[in-house]
Design a protein around this ligand. Sequence first.
Ligand code: SF4
Length: 538
Amino acid sequence: MLKILKPARYINSEWNAVHKEWNEGVLKIALSFPDVYEIGMSHLGMRILYGILNREQDVICERVFAPWLDMEKRLRDRKEKLPSLESSHALKEFDIIGFSLQYEMNYPDILNILDMGGVPLYSKDRGDDYPIVIAGGPCAFNPEPLADFIDVFVIGEAEEAILDIVKIVRGAKGRGHRAKGDILKELAKIVGVYVPTSEVICGDFQSQHGTIINKRIVKDLDNSFFPTNTVVPYIQIVHDRIGIEIMRGCPHECKFCQACKIFHPLRIRSVKRIMEIAEESIKSTGYEEISLLSLSSGDYPYIEELARKLQEKFKPLGVKISLPSLRVGTFEEHNSMDTLKRAGLTFAPEAGSERLRHTLNKKITDAEIIEKSGLALNSGWRKVKLYFMTGLPGETYEDLDAIIDLAGKIRNVNLSVNPFIPKPHSDFEREGMEELGILKEKKRYLETGGRGLGARKNIKINFHSPETSRIEAVLARGDRSVGRVILKAWEKGLRFQAWTEHFNYNIWDQAFQETGIDPEAYLRKKETGENLPWSFIK
Ligand code: SF4
């Protein structure tokens, strides 16, 4: 193990990790995040489910992350199966494997985890003796590209549905009845559950004939479970702190935004409950930083009161508080909160010009962005980061010039520019994706063009790869046949495609050609009335 990069990814027994006796009578669930440990362990949803499931007496819930390339080689060379962290049992020995679908570019890693765990990839090839494979998370809102590999999708907030699923699978196991088809039929009756196999009544067959799958939501955030005794890793992870969700959903409706739709409606956690969670979490983990999480934290209605109480309670203990997602319009009221960490502040104007911003329903003016950025820099924030998209419907080169002009009016600014992806369930879901050549030209224009940023020494620009965004768009908007491309990409050795250094556009291109699937079919504009692969998910 000493030759393996970051062995602490695999050794388990971290503070607050749960170890239960592995015996025949308990239901065994492997929670899997299809990326490395440091990313998976940073995800709050994974921690919530781990806590909910391990509270159940006759359930064992363990964790599995994607093995880094060196670990994969080691396991494959030794013909060993991918084990769970806690008990080192191979994945195929579990009753349920649950994947968290946070990012489409992780799809080949899902197949890799199944394969390395000794589990057949296709749902149809997994008989009664194999685990039931479940997946949930934002990407499950278009489940079709993975529908051949996953037995059960949870649409919406899995913490609501997971114990219903456990009850059915545990009941079947307790009765010694392991017929997978029968269990899937029972699971398909749960609200928010989609079972895609054609022999299951509530699956694709009926979805094409009008069955609607309604998402599951947590109605009362205050009374929902929160994992205060969460696992503390040995190594630094991406979000190495206590993350407390203060609000779920967003009061705004930006037209490109998928998150505000899938996390609708807006739910608010009370200041009292947040304070309880913060106190318990600090006590049981020893962390020295709390991050307040939500899609738009500045819109939390009691933010001043919360900041004051957190400051009174935790400043004497040396605990820092951070508030990562602020909207420009909500910044001013909170700039006096000296508990907030002041490394960098991110605003998301999304479009360079007020005209284009207006079409996105993004109600921020240039004057506000300039004023609030100045305010932030004057009151101790070290730099301002502005997020933009390019390739938006109706965008012109004047809008790109407007990005440059706006950035030029702010000192100490970094820009992050992402190609626009018309995501399922957003108001722009029927829009088309910009052609690759045009996206590359726009990137070049922004970086080095006549009015480009190259000449401005104080502005750094990070442009997300247009090639990666195009593949992400196909996987996000795909139908069931796109699963063949994912399989081919995995067979050709693609792993960790969310990582810039491992992304390989040429191999994706080959995968499309060899499966005879035209990516353009998924990237083009969809006419009103044209069926969308995700239209049965509500
Ligand atoms: S982009 Fe942000 S502010 Fe706009 S709707 Fe989405 S989450 Fe809310």
